[in-house]
Design a protein around this ligand. Structure first.
Ligand code: A2R
Length: 321
């Protein structure tokens, strides 16, 4: 029996390519000089897609030439890079890579929080610039006595909260629904939580439902001692409002791992000495990226072995027929 044909949209890690090459006939879209004629010839045979944010958004333009597509396996827990409404309409299952990155992202979030408050990258630069020979590094802000609000207490949010417990700070959360099985303080409104807290950690999904959730009003409510940490998606924060708030002292500082137009970061942010900027690395260890890659492959393998998808997203639920 011939192997199912799979399309990979953009280069993925060796672990994914090797696993898919073994189990399937793998086509590499990014290597095609003439994509349109490649898709019109091979497209109808494609039954599965492996994709990631590197490809950009997988929407009707790519669903259209793939009429026999059954499954899209997307790299990353966030899947705002796939038009899931379009997939659902066509009866295509979409899978993501949840859970395997929770601890890595939570570790990095705590690192970013401390780096922002205690100015760790700035202190490193200070020493390297020879400034310590002339004067001590200025005293910093602190995590002590702070109240931390988590925006989105999901799988990763809970892993962040567990770590924060070890730091002896008050923990609160905001989401659309109260969670009965946690003891952290719930705020039904984001403004209410921003007013009560002096750190906000953003870890919701991206996409239309959370676009600019963190706006000028939320930043004003967070206040002049407030710190914003964003490890979710750039789209969740109104970047221009954040720049204004950082410039005017409406909030104290920010630690960011994600941006509106990655990998381009506004020069205004780059020029600010009081913010910490990371190049979207929260899940970016070899260990965790391999686990995510393996799950991309395993979802496709399970599907074509007739076992169903391992981690379908909620918008395209799997029901065994
Ligand atoms: O709103 P709820 O109660 O369903 O809580 C979810 C929350 N959330 C929101 N909170 C406030 N306003 C919204 N419009 C909103 N939409 C969703 O985000 C839930 O607690 C949390 C998401 O949790 P999980 O689905 O378990 O996602 P996970 O694995 O923690 O990853 C979160 C995101 C990814 O989607 C990537 O964008 C990023 O982390 O790496």
């Amino acid at each position: 029996m011939s192997k199912p044909e799979i399309l990979m949209t953009a280069p993925m890690m060796p672990v994914v390519i090797e696993a898919l090459d073994k189990a399937f006939t793998l086509h590499r879209l990014w290597e095609q000089a003439d994509r349109a004629s490649f898709l019109s010839e091979v497209g109808p045979r494609i039954r599965g897609v492996a994709t990631s944010t590197l490809f950009g958004r997988m929407d009707a333009n790519l669903f259209e030439p793939l009429p026999n597509l059954e499954i899209v396996s997307s790299f990353g827990v966030g899947y705002d890079n796939v038009d899931v409404t379009e997939a659902a309409k066509r009866g295509v299952i979409v899978t993501n890579t949840p859970d395997v990155l929770n601890d890595e992202v939570a570790d990095l979030t705590l690192g970013l929080l401390l780096a922002t408050l205690r100015k760790i990258p700035q202190a490193d630069r200070y020493l390297r610039d020879g400034k310590w020979l002339k004067a001590s590094f200025p005293l910093s802000a602190t995590l002590r006595t702070r109240k931390v609000g988590i925006v989105g207490l999901g799988r990763i949010g809970k892993a962040i909260a567990r770590r924060l417990e070890g730091f002896d700070v008050s923990i609160a959360y905001h989401g659309r629904t109260r969670q009965e099985d946690v003891s952290y303080t719930y705020y039904p409104t984001l403004i209410g939580m921003a007013e009560a807290c002096d750190v906000l950690i953003v870890i919701t999904p991206g996409g239309a439902g959370t676009r600019h959730l963190i706006n000028a009003d939320v930043l004003k409510a967070l206040g002049p001692n407030g710190v914003l940490i964003n490890v979710a998606r750039g789209s969740v924060v109104d970047e221009q409002a954040l720049i204004e708030a950082l410039k005017s002292g409406t909030i104290l500082s920010a630690g960011l791992d994600v941006y509106d137009d990655e990998p381009r970061v506004p020069q205004e942010l780059i020029d600010m000495e009081h913010v910490v900027l990371l190049p979207h690395i929260a899940s970016g260890s070899v260990h965790t990226r391999n686990a995510m890659g393996q799950l991309v492959a395993d979802n496709l393998i399970a599907w074509f072995e007739g076992k169903g998808p391992l981690t379908p997203v909620t918008e395209t639920p799997y029901t065994k027929t």
